[in-house]
Structure formats: structure tokens, C-alpha cells
Ligand binder design. Structure first.
Ligand SMILES: *Cc1c(COP(=O)(O)O)cnc(C)c1O
Length: 454
């Protein structure tokens, strides 16, 4: 009997709207707060930094469905739909009765889900007459996607890449430069924020927090320049819901519905992208899917962070966001999952966790690479170190099923491939990688310094 392995959609079946979960959440996220006035932020405030349409989407708690502009749909069709794949070989290797599916966001030429939001952000920027965009990037996937999207819509892109990631993954800066972007390691000496950070700590290896500070400073000091962000914010997760909306139709083709939905978690965009379209059926009581966000043990904001208003960046330029955080000056260990080295969580996910509608799980680095190796050897795809967290969490759930005999349907997001991350795999294979855990005292100490708003 031939078993169907892959489920894809016809062009005519591709979603034409994104799903805005904010409109349907039982408790809406609290408003971001202006760092200086301590007043709730308006979209006008946000539009000084972000494209106006993105600023409006960020605070939209009213419209559940947002039309995807035709010009963005057209670019989506270059690589969408992405396949939904049944991981038969992984199931067999685990000896689990669970059915494991993954949504393969690694198949576009940039290699990760990030392009789903890079395209609309650059499109909206171009629409309002912007000529330049700037951003931060950790491992480089967002920078690569943004650089491509900027070239698609004829914008100049300047990218601050976290210094440690630049060294770990040199080819990602080559990719960005191939698309015409300029790339600078963060912290750099080209911004005040960067200089301040280097003065305090000359050997600072950079973090998403430092790179965000520098990119925002460039955007606010350059005429006709807008800032774009690849994670954390609501409008980014909104754009990413294309993943879950497709997956929902594809699961239907497979004749199943997920009992468990899993994604790795940096700031929440690939998690929200896959999970939110399914979660809406939990809100109505129609379904009872479990949602799990997998984060690194060394950066455990969901499982061990505190719900507080905090800055999104190291220097404190961003609005204050109500979120689970380890403190904006938290310095994550130099793990290879660069995209997960972020101190906070998006405000939607933070509210959902507070309300018990999903949960986080934190996973040690070595377990994530073990999971990635098994996945590579069974399914033939080398996953990004970030995605390995989702795979490890999936394996934990599948093994529970092996013990209980439960035939759960598990769906996880393969957020990207790891072909530019082979230094990390080399180190794993050579036995040179280690786990990093942090103590409660370290977490407490870092959170003590948060601005007290709540
Ligand atoms: C950026 C990135 C992540 C983490 O970001 P989220 O916004 O949490 O999705 C995960 N996986 C890959 C491949 C990434 O590039």
C-alpha cells in the first residue's frame, strides 16, 4: 500500500488573508507603553519607526482576518505552499504510535520561514515611499530574508548582525551581501548604542538586543528609513500565520487534525505562525489541541522568566512590552541556535501562557542536536539548530506516546534548514558542544533591574 508522504496546495487553494489572533483572544494582550511618557502607545507613535501598515497591524485587536496584498501573494507563490510532510521514518525510528507531521518552511531558497514576513514588511515600506530599511539579525536568517525582500521591492537594506553569529555562520553575511545589503557586526562602533555597549564590555559578543538597538538608532537618524523586525512583534506573527493556515488545509487533506502543535521559540513568530490558526478552534471549544513552544535551556524566558513590562532591546530604545522576560540586558550563552538567543517573548504568546492556553518547554543544547541528527538520518533534511528544539520537543512527546500507547497526532514546524550551520554540527560531531544551564539566582538578579510598570 502506498502511503502519502507529502501534502501540498494548489495555487488556487493558497490563503488570501492572514489570521489576527488578537481579535479573538479571550484576554487581549496589554498595550505597549512609551518608554519616556509611560503612556500606552498609539500606531502613530510606532509608525515613526515601522512602516505605517505594520504599525496599525501591531495594535489591531479588532479585525480577525487581514487581506494579504496581491503583490505579496504573487511573491508568496514563488515558494508556497510549503509541503506538509508525514515523518514516517522518524516515527519508525522512535517506535511510536504517534503520527508525526511537519510543515517544511526550509524549502524556500532563503532556507527559513522569515521570508513570509520580510516580503510584506518591505512591500508596505515601499508603498509609503520609504527608500531604506534597516534591521538586526541573529543567526542571519532574518537578515538574508530581509535583504532578498528589499531587493524584490527596490529598497536599500542595512543589517546589523550579532557578532558571535557572524563568526559562527560567515556565509549568511555573504548571502545578504549577494542580495545587495550592507552588513555590520553588532555591537559596532557605527552607532552610539554600539559604542556604549563596547565601552561597558569591550568583548561583548553581541545579542539580538544589541543589534536591535543599533538598527533602531540608524532608522531614527536616517531620512526615509524604516526599521523592520523579524520576530517578537504581533504583525510579524500575523504574517507568519500563512504557515498555519496552509497547514490546516493540508492536515485536512491528510484526514487528520493535530492533538499537539509544536514549534521552536525565539520571539514567537514561527510558533505563532503555525499555532494561532489552530488555536482559534480551541477558543470556540471545538478542539482541544495542546500547544508547546520549545526554547533553549540557556535562555528560558517562557518557563522561568517573569511577566513584566520590559524593553525589546538591550539599550532600551523600544517601547516597553508586557511579556515573559529574563531582563533586556540578559546575556544568553553562545549556543548555536542564534535565532533563539533572545531575552523576551512576544506579547501575544506571553498573554496566552499567562492564561494557560499553551506552555513552554526548555531543552538542553545537546538534546537538540541529538534530535537534529536523528531527524537528518531519518527524513534526509539537516534542520536549523533552532528547529532542532522543535524536533527534540516532538521526540519527547512521541516517546510519551510510546509509553502510553496513545496514537496522538503531532504537528511541528521545521522553521529552517541547517545547511549554513554546519560549523555547529561539526562541533557537535567532534564532541565540542556543551549544555548551559542558568541558576535561579542569575535569573533573579537580571530581572531585579527591570523598569517597574506593573
Ligand atoms: C529566527 C528563527 C527562529 C526563531 O524566531 P521565531 O520568531 O521565534 O520564530 C527559529 N527558527 C529559524 C530557522 C529562524 O530563522
Amino acid at each position: 500500500m502506498s502511503r502519502q508522504k507529502k501534502f501540498i496546495l494548489e495555487e488556487s487553494e493558497l490563503p488570501r488573508e492572514w489570521y489576527n489572533i488578537q481579535a479573538e483572544m479571550p484576554n487581549k494582550p496589554m498595550m505597549p507603553i512609551h518608554p519616556a511618557t509611560r503612556q500606552p502607545l498609539s500606531w502613530e507613535d510606532l509608525s515613526h519607526i515601522f512602516p505605517t501598515e505594520c504599525a496599525k497591524q501591531e495594535l489591531d485587536q479588532e479585525h480577525a482576518w487581514i487581506p494579504i496584498p496581491e503583490e505579496v501573494q504573487e511573491k508568496y507563490r514563488y515558494y508556497r505552499s510549503t509541503p506538509l510532510v508525514r515523518a514516517y521514518a522518524l516515527e519508525e525510528a522512535l517506535g511510536t504510535p504517534a503520527h508525526i507531521y511537519f510543515k517544511n518552511e526550509s524549502v524556500n531558497p532563503l532556507g527559513s520561514h522569515k521570508i513570509n514576513s520580510a516580503l510584506p514588511q518591505c512591500y508596505y515600506a515601499k508603498q509609503e515611499g520609504t527608500t531604506n530599511v534597516t534591521t538586526e539579525t541573529g543567526a542571519g536568517q532574518w537578515g538574508a530574508a530581509l535583504s532578498y525582500a528589499a531587493s524584490v521591492y527596490g529598497l536599500e537594506a542595512a543589517v546589523y548582525q550579532v557578532k558571535i553569529s557572524m563568526q559562527q555562520k560567515p556565509y549568511r553575511s555573504s548571502i545578504m551581501r549577494t542580495f545587495g545589503a550592507t552588513v555590520e557586526g553588532s555591537p559596532s562602533m557605527s552607532t552610539r548604542a554600539g559604542k556604549d555597549i563596547i565601552t561597558r564590555d569591550p568583548r561583548h559578543s553581541g545579542s539580538l538586543g544589541t543589534a536591535i538597538s543599533e538598527a533602531i538608532e540608524l532608522a531614527t537618524t536616517t531620512p526615509n528609513c524604516k526599521y523592520t523586525l523579524g520576530s517578537v512583534l504581533n504583525h510579524v506573527s500575523l504574517h507568519q500565520t500563512i504557515i498555519g493556515l496552509e497547514a490546516e488545509k493540508q492536515m485536512e487533506k491528510a484526514g487528520e487534525y493535530p492533538d499537539t502543535v509544536i514549534a521552536c521559540f525565539g520571539g514567537g513568530s514561527n510558533f505563532g505562525g503555525l499555532a494561532f490558526p489552530f488555536m482559534r478552534h480551541n477558543f470556540t471549544g471545538e478542539k482541544h489541541t495542546e500547544f508547546i513552544a520549545a526554547e533553549p535551556e540557556s535562555c528560558p524566558k517562557l518557563t522561568r522568566g517573569k511577566f513584566e513590562y520590559d524593553f525589546g532591546d538591550e539599550a532600551g530604545y523600544t517601547p516597553l512590552l508586557p511579556m515573559f522576560t529574563l531582563g533586556h540586558d540578559f546575556k544568553p550563552a553562545n549556543i548555536h541556535a542564534g535565532g533563539l538567543r533572545y531575552h523576551g517573548a512576544g506579547v501575544i504568546v506571553s498573554q496566552l501562557i499567562k492564561d494557560g492556553l499553551m506552555r513552554g518547554v526548555d531543552i538542553p543544547q545537546l538534546e537538540t542536536f541529538q534530535a537534529g541528527m536523528l531527524f537528518a538520518r531519518t527524513e534526509g533534511i539537516i534542520p536549523a539548530p533552532e528547529s532542532c528544539h522543535a524536533i527534540a520537543a516532538t521526540i519527547r512527546e512521541a516517546e510519551k506516546c510510546r509509553q502510553t500507547g496513545e496514537q496522538k497526532v503531532i504537528l511541528f514546524n521545521l522553521s529552517g534548514h541547517g545547511l549554513i550551520d554546519m560549523t555547529a554540527y561539526d562541533q557537535y560531531l567532534n564532541g565540542d558542544l556543551q549544555n548551559y544551564s542558568i541558576s535561579d539566582e542569575e535569573i533573579e538578579k537580571n530581572i531585579e533591574n527591570l523598569p517597574k510598570v506593573l
